[in-house]
Design a protein. Structure first.
Length: 94
């Protein structure tokens, strides 16, 4: 497993993959006002307890997880939660 920090340009490549999930860790109201295509809302405060459920709800096998928030600090903290799972890559978008 590895953790990578990626740019918006690299994100475009991951968004084309069938085995990638994009988790939006911003406030629920911000997510509802608009989010990246295909992004799934995830409450960062309960992510550690809920990451397995979130991934099981997907209709595909997830091998890469991309996390983003509005400033970068929340997604950086949350990387540790998802990195503990058996996934190929956890990505932190900056």
């Amino acid at each position: 497993m590895q953790i990578k920090i990626i740019s918006c340009e690299t994100l475009k490549e991951y968004m084309q993959r069938d085995d990638c999930i994009l988790l939006d860790l911003r406030e629920k109201a911000d997510y509802e006002q608009g989010h990246l295509p295909g992004a799934v809302y995830a409450d960062w405060e309960t992510l550690e307890q809920n990451i397995d459920t979130i991934l099981e709800q997907q209709e595909k096998e997830i091998r890469a997880i991309v996390l983003y928030c509005d400033r970068g600090n929340i997604s950086l903290i949350a990387v540790s939660y998802t990195h503990l799972r058996a996934h190929e890559t956890t990505l932190h978008l900056v």
